[in-house]
Design a protein around this ligand. Structure first.
Ligand code: GSH
Length: 213
């Protein structure tokens, strides 16, 4: 059985939704990031990058990086058909996922959630967070255009949508406004039964989300 290493409410929520949308059977292992469990030798032996998510596949090999895990699940697990067969759409989905994980999350939200990683100087912290917020908002404007008026990034629902969802969810939690197409996408995602179930499993009440975006 696959082993999924995750932290509730983090970027691993996107992968958690994909696994459940695909009806995969997996063992969930919670890594307590605030307690620093990602740096403990047991976890570093699984993922030396000390990040979540990590997916240990049936053959024991470990996959890391949100876009790579999402792509592999979408491409190989046929049950949910959560990938596209069209090269142009596939390319655009990879473009969107790498931009979300690399720029909107890695440069934007990381400055908000992990501010001391960017400056140890206490006096700089507010400006680091403000810069992070600007990066997120610029990213949202670009993703808003990418989504256009389609219901989902690839037209039909694919693995890229739960990846977009986790940054929309973070925007909701941090009071960052979503432009119209992303707000509609977020509501569409929140209405999916699997998304509601995963949110409940991770300790959130879906009924309280999406009120202010
Ligand atoms: N590039 C990685 C980033 C993953 C990442 O930054 N995960 C965060 C949680 S959302 C984490 O593990 N942070 C702990 C740390 O960096 O110490 C990916 O796409 O999987």
């Amino acid at each position: 059985m696959m082993k999924f290493y995750m932290t509730p409410g983090s970027c691993s929520t996107g992968i958690h939704i994909i696994l459940e949308e695909l009806e995969e059977v997996f063992e969930a292992h919670i890594v307590n990031l605030p307690a620093g469990d990602n740096f403990k030798p047991d976890y570093m032996a699984i993922n030396p990058k000390a990040t979540i998510p990590a997916l240990v596949r049936d053959d024991g090999s470990v996959l890391t990086e949100v876009p790579a895990i999402a792509y592999w699940l979408g491409r190989t697990r046929r049950r949910g058909k959560l990938w596209s067969g069209d090269v142009e759409t596939e390319t655009r989905l990879i473009e969107a996922m790498t931009y979300i994980a690399g720029t909107v999350h890695g440069h934007g939200f990381a400055r908000i959630f992990a501010t001391p990683t960017f400056s140890r100087n206490e006096a700089d912290q507010d400006s680091v967070r403000a810069l992070g917020r600007n990066i997120v908002m610029k990213g949202f404007a670009i993703l808003n255009k990418m989504l256009d008026e389609r219901p989902y990034l690839g037209g039909d629902f694919t693995v890229a949508d739960p990846i977009l969802f986790y940054v929309e969810f973070w925007a909701d939690k941090t009071g960052i406004p979503l432009p119209a197409n992303l707000a509609a996408h977020y509501q569409r995602m929140l209405a999916r039964p699997v998304v509601q179930r995963v949110l409940r499993e991770e300790g959130y009440n879906p009924a309280t989300l999406g009120q202010s975006v």
